[in-house]
Design a protein around this ligand. Structure first.
Ligand code: DQA
Length: 161
C-alpha cells in the first residue's frame, strides 16, 4: 500500500491535497468565459470549508512549474488520503505528472473548470484520464467542491480499485 495513511475510528481527520497547475493562479483575470470570475484564493477558501464540512482537512497547492507539481505529488504518497488535481495545460502534455500520479495508491480525481471537450481539439486529450479514478469537467469552481465531497465519500468507504 506504499505506506499511505488509512483512516479509522477516531484517528486524525483524513487529509486531502488539491493541486492546481499552471496559470490557475491567474483565475479571476483569465478568460472568464471558461474559468469564471472567482480568484484562486476564493476557490481555495471554499475548498477548505467544504472539506471541513465533510470532516476532512484540505491543503491546497499551486505551481506554474512541472517539477514542483511532480514533487508535490511525491509528497502526497505518504501524507494524504486523496488527491484532487487540475493539471491545467499539463493535462495535455505531461508524461512526468502522469508518471508521478501512477505511483499513488490513494483516490485521485481530475478536475477541469471548463468542459475541455467543448474546446480546441488539443484539449480533448488528457494524459491523466486513464490514471485517475474519476474526472469532473465543465462545472467551473463547483467542480472542485463536488470533487471534495466525492473524495470524502471515497475515503470513508475506502472505495478503491
Ligand atoms: C483547464 C483546461 C486546460 O486545457 C487549460 O490549459 C487550463 C485549465 C480547466 O480547468 O478547464 O489551464 O485545466
Amino acid at each position: 500500500m506504499n505506506g499511505h495513511r488509512k483512516m479509522s475510528g477516531n484517528e486524525k481527520k483524513p487529509r486531502i491535497l488539491i493541486i492546481h497547475g499552471p496559470n490557475l493562479n491567474m483565475l479571476g483575470q483569465r478568460e472568464a468565459t471558461w474559468y469564471g470570475t472567482a480568484t484562486l484564493e476564493e476557490i481555495d477558501t471554499e475548498i477548505k470549508q467544504t472539506a471541513q464540512d465533510c470532516g476532512m482537512v484540505a491543503e491546497t497547492f499551486q505551481s506554474n512549474y512541472e517539477g514542483a507539481l511532480v514533487e508535490k505529488i511525491h509528497e502526497a504518497m505518504k501524507a494524504y488520503d486523496a488527491l484532487i488535481i487540475n493539471p491545467a495545460a499539463y493535462t495535455h502534455t505531461s508524461v512526468a505528472i502522469r508518471d508521478a500520479l501512477l505511483m499513488l495508491d490513494v483516490p485521485i480525481i481530475e478536475v477541469h473548470l471548463s468542459n475541455i471537450y467543448r474546446r480546441e481539439p488539443f484539449r480533448h486529450k488528457s494524459l491523466m484520464a486513464d490514471v485517475v479514478k474519476a474526472r469532473i469537467a465543465g462545472f467551473g469552481k463547483n467542480g472542485y467542491l463536488m470533487a471534495v465531497r466525492a473524495a470524502a465519500d471515497m475515503v470513508r468507504r475506502e472505495f478503491r480499485d
